[in-house]
Design a protein around this ligand. Sequence first.
Ligand code: PLP
Length: 454
Amino acid sequence: MTIGVSNEEVLDLSNKLFSSILLEQKKFMGLKGPDEGKENMNETILKEYEQDKGRGFFFNYVSSGRGHGPFTELVDGSIKYDLIGAIGPNLLGHSHPLYIKAHLEAATSDVMMCGNLLTHQEPQQLTKEILDSVKGSRLKHFWFSGSGSFANDTALKMLWQKKDPAHKLIAFQKAFAGRSIATQDITYNPDYRVGQPKSIDVDHVPHFDQNDPEGSLDKTLSALNELVKNNKDQYCAIMLELIQGEAGFVYGTKEYYEGVFKWAKENNLYIWVDEVQSFGRTTELFAFQMFGLDEYVDIVTVGKALQACGTLFTEELNPKPGLVAGTFNGSNAALNAGRKVVNYLREGNFYGEDGRMKYLETQFLTRLSSLAKTTCKGKIGYAGGVGSMISFEVGDSTKETTTKFIKKLYENGIISFMAGKDPVRVRFLLPTCLTDEHIDEIFKIIVKTADEVL
Ligand SMILES: Cc1ncc(COP(=O)(O)O)c(C=O)c1O
């Protein structure tokens, strides 16, 4: 169905523009240093921006808007591997044909942003695609939000209304849930809420312990039992990331989650899974599908790789009118891209044991583990993660050493970021478009960086 204006000329020009943009973007496909005379352009722009913003940036990075696949060009003309994808959204890589198409199609529409009151076809189609993808679960509805944090706030409001007056929440140690007033309390790290009054009542229990897999479920269950014993009928739900992102990709097993979820059901608690970071990136579209937990989930939040954010929920949790609203669903370009991305991920060979995500996971984890035993012994330690979410520890795994490594890696041509606290880990959110040649080059740079820093 046509969205926006269309005639033969518009279609023809749009197709030509699409090819032309793609051909131009494809010129940015290999590592490169800065152009002569432009070496200080990042610093110059950032200096002014930092003054206006009131805060410095971690990387000396300003995008030129050019790049292709895993490569991003900076304003100084240098080109680097982007292995963090803006902390998640750029799952398909830079200037992916679907992103370009989504933009061009949206340009024929009459507005930029789609609002909640007067809807368009883009949010309806994205909603349909995402609900189709969770058919094996009880999730029946989807509500858009402006950010992952707000999608979580929406989930909490729905749960509170349903379970009123049981407003306490159970979350997990090391969790990250966002930056809103509610989610800063769900987030475990107190450094992220300095000077903030406590706004919601959250208790944290231990998540899966990678150093004690066998004892993890018992530890979690005994903490949970203790909580409900002391606060009978006061909790509305249990909330968790199945793959803890900001913690450095800490995750349990199917048996662990089933044990926790069965306990939650027996204790009359809703199960809320935060997939803002994991959506699209594990070996199934949703991490809950990868673990085979479809029957348990009551409410699931998504964002990042979707190009939009929102809350999936069951019939039972559909709130009363008036509770959830808001101006925006998102830009028509982003909503259009979101539908294309989900469709592409579902139709393509991305998931399952032979899919792209498993391939990337195996490539990175095998190579990192091999380095840890050979050339980088004592320099690279733990390596773990799922699908396109990979993390590893360097040196003594402190913040100081890991930051030094990440900054040097950046200088050498790879953008990564850190995650976790005691231990701190190097984090990759990989784009799906990496070739074996890219991976070979990436590992040469990792070894060089380890030799230089550690
Ligand atoms: C698991 C998780 N939940 C929620 C959020 C918050 O999303 P946003 O930054 O879009 O508000 C994030 C962001 O990193 C996240 O990783």
